[in-house]
Design a protein around this ligand. Structure first.
Ligand code: IPD
Length: 265
């Protein structure tokens, strides 16, 4: 590999921690400065913007010349190495004072994640993965769950900010309600994927994520042994589906999602 994944992880952790400190200490003022984006439910706070500025400035210092794609300022993935940044994943949780949010930073090479860090500012937890080097939470190696039965599996999910799509997602999930043990909608896709890596969820599936939502987490899930698909890789689940599942239930869940219309939302 042209890049050292462990060195990339170190940079991602360092910068994500700095951004995490910023969003944690500025929360009280940041949540009084809120705008909406794609719809009235899709919010951005002053902290999302300030954290992305900090990440871009620090990456420019530590990794000069490497392009950055971020949720708030955009940018395009290029051939070679691109940094992919969600300054606050779980912005709605952040707004409401729910501590389940994260700074997610990944390094992708030719569109594939090779290093990632997901830092939880409220708790200090640090999730990391380097391609081929396993998935880790605070230095403890992670393994996806050993689930083998769909009917007792816990499925993470999420909803679009667009009302019509949200309606169709809810209908597809309703069809699955008697197929799985239960659902969790925790509100931060990066942490949902980390939860699959840790076996806290048996699987996770959602449509319409931005690259910044999944780039780090999908590497953790994959490195922990989960079966994963990023948008475009599993058109039967919908062209923009993200999927991660423990290996023992992945085929059955995939089939159940298709059967219940998940691919048509
Ligand atoms: C959102 C969260 C949420 C998911 C949405 C994402 P944001 O990211 O990850 O869990 O359901 O699809 O957009 O807006 O908080 O960065």
């Amino acid at each position: 590999m042209r890049f050292d994944p462990d060195a990339l992880v170190d940079v991602a952790v360092r910068v994500a921690r700095e951004a995490g400190d910023l969003v944690r200490v500025t929360r009280d003022s940041a949540v009084s400065d809120v705008d909406t984006k794609s719809t009235i439910t899709d919010v951005v706070t002053a902290a999302d913007r300030a954290a992305e500025r900090l990440v871009r400035r620090r990456l420019a210092e530590l990794r000069p010349g490497e392009p950055v794609v971020g949720e708030e300022e955009g940018g395009a993935a290029v051939e070679g190495l691109t940094w992919v940044v969600d300054p606050i994943d779980g912005t709605v949780n952040y707004l409401y004072g729910i501590p389940h949010y994260a700074v997610s930073i990944a390094a992708q090479v030719d569109g594939e994640s090779v290093a990632g860090a997901v830092v939880e500012p409220a708790t200090g937890h640090v999730w990391t993965a380097a391609r081929g080097g396993g998935a880790w939470l605070d230095g403890r190696r992670l393994t996806a769950s050993g689930a083998t039965r769909l009917e007792v599996s816990l499925l993470g999910c999420g909803f679009s900010y667009r009302a019509e799509r949200r309606q169709r997602q809810a209908e597809a999930l309703a069809g699955l309600a008697t197929v799985v043990r239960d659902f969790r909608r925790a509100g931060a896709a990066s942490l949902d994927l980390c939860s699959v890596a840790a076996g806290r969820l048996d699987a996770y599936a959602e449509h319409g994520l931005g690259r910044w939502d999944w780039a780090a987490g999908i590497l953790l899930a994959s490195e922990a042994g989960a079966v994963v698909f990023t948008p475009g890789q599993a058109p039967e689940l919908g062209v923009d589906a993200t999927f991660a599942a423990a290996p023992g239930i992945a085929d059955a869940l995939f089939a159940a999602l298709v059967e219940h219309g998940f691919g048509k939302v």
